[in-house]
Design a protein around this ligand. Structure first.
Ligand code: MG
Length: 387
């Protein structure tokens, strides 16, 4: 089988909050009539330097045309020549780059083709199925202004009504406001709301995180995520000795994985397909497993194609430490598939169809087609939520 052409479409979708997210949807066509789907998700974190869609299209063609989609490692070898360092080294936050996300889009499209060609789900190629659903939690951004308290509590109420009761909360713009918000959350919803994690986003020194932890631990959560500055793995190790909560950090490259293992920095690696694709992230999962570190599945928030890739990864993992983070199909108002990946009762159902198990809806894709960046509308993210 050979890849004969690709289609790459830029789209915009709305989050529940009203902010927009931009994505590239990749279709990889073959000489046997099988088409694979890939997604380069939620690119708004690169707002200042969005990739040029035409340049990405030509680049992907250079790598994939004429190649066998089953030869995924050979594809990664080829990508490594052009997408430097996308997996060997990486920023600690966000835990992906345009290069690693392009690699992930190509990689997941190859796996989708393989599954469709052999009429089997993608997890077959990742070690086979261990579980048919993945525990998840829903993200809440920091309270920064008075209006945010009721807005966040309103989201929680809506989600509880939909059967979603596990959350993670980004802290640290203003710890006093975080404390007041978490008190209001417990006051209003009690134990009906589960808090998986407080995410410090690598914005604080570990000693400041420890002081915040001592004030916030009364509200009950399992995990502290990204608890010290960037690659302060020694600081994470210090903090880890002093708290009961598990320490989790994004791990998106071989060098980070080895540094965190050597420093005894964390209990949990937070890994995502966006760091370079399914084949690459399985290597991080294997490294963690062999080093006695647990793993959860992270996200940038994907549409159903990318969420399906994460679900197949989760389906194939020996163990998952705690609830994982991809909830794009709940969080986005729109999608590009006929039927969204199902999320209910705090779980993603692993798609059962061949390949990734989702079907592209060409009309929905066309309706969402839009330039990658639009400065006049609100983006999301802790640093620049506007309303
Ligand atoms: Mg995080």
């Amino acid at each position: 089988m050979k890849i004969t052409s690709i289609t790459l479409v830029p789209i915009q979708t709305h989050r529940r909050t009203g902010s927009i997210s931009s994505h590239l949807i990749l279709q990889m066509h073959t000489d046997e009539g099988v088409t694979g789907l890939g997604e380069i998700s939620d690119l708004d974190c690169y707002r200042m330097y969005m990739p040029d869609v035409e340049a990405v299209r030509v680049g992907i063609e250079k790598i994939v045309l004429g190649r066998d989609p089953f030869a995924v490692q050979a594809m990664h070898n080829e990508m490594a020549k052009f997408l430097h360092n996308y997996f060997l080294s990486a920023p600690s936050y966000p835990p992906f780059t345009p290069a690693s996300q392009i690699a992930a889009g190509i990689d997941m499209a190859c796996f989708d083709i393989m599954g469709k060609a052999l009429d089997t789900p993608v997890h077959t190629f990742l070690g086979g199925q261990v579980r048919d659903a993945i525990d998840i939690c829903y993200p809440l951004f920091q309270v920064k202004a008075e209006a945010d308290y009721e807005r966040n509590l309103g989201y929680i109420r809506e989600l509880l009504d939909q059967g979603i009761s596990r959350f993670r909360y980004y802290v640290g713009v203003d710890f006093k406001k975080d404390e007041a918000f978490l008190a209001a959350l417990r006051d209003r919803f009690g134990d009906r709301v589960m808090l998986k994690a407080l995410d410090f986003q690598a914005r604080h020194y570990w000693k400041d995180t420890l002081r915040a932890y001592d004030r916030l631990k009364q509200f009950g959560f399992e995990v502290i995520e990204s608890p010290s500055w960037r690659e302060d793995f020694a600081g994470m190790a210090e903090l880890r000795r002093r708290v009961e909560a598990d320490i989790s950090e994004h791990c998106s490259s071989a060098s980070q994985a080895m540094a965190m293992i050597r420093a005894d920095a964390v209990d949990i690696f937070n890994v995502t397909v966006n760091s370079g694709g399914l084949l690459q992230v399985k290597k991080l999962v294997a490294l963690a497993e062999l080093a006695g570190i647990r793993t959860l599945i992270g996200t940038t928030q994907e549409l159903s194609i990318g969420t399906a890739a994460h679900a197949h990864l989760g389906a194939s993992m020996a163990e998952i430490a705690t609830a994982s983070d991809p909830v794009g199909p709940l969080l986005y108002a729109e999608d590009v598939v006929r039927e969204k990946v199902q999320i209910r009762d705090n779980q993603i159902a692993v798609p059962t169809g061949p390949g990734l198990g989702v079907e592209l809806d060409e009309e929905k894709l066309e309706a969402l087609r839009a330039p990658l960046v639009e400065w006049d509308r609100a983006a999301h993210g802790a640093g620049y939520v506007s309303d």
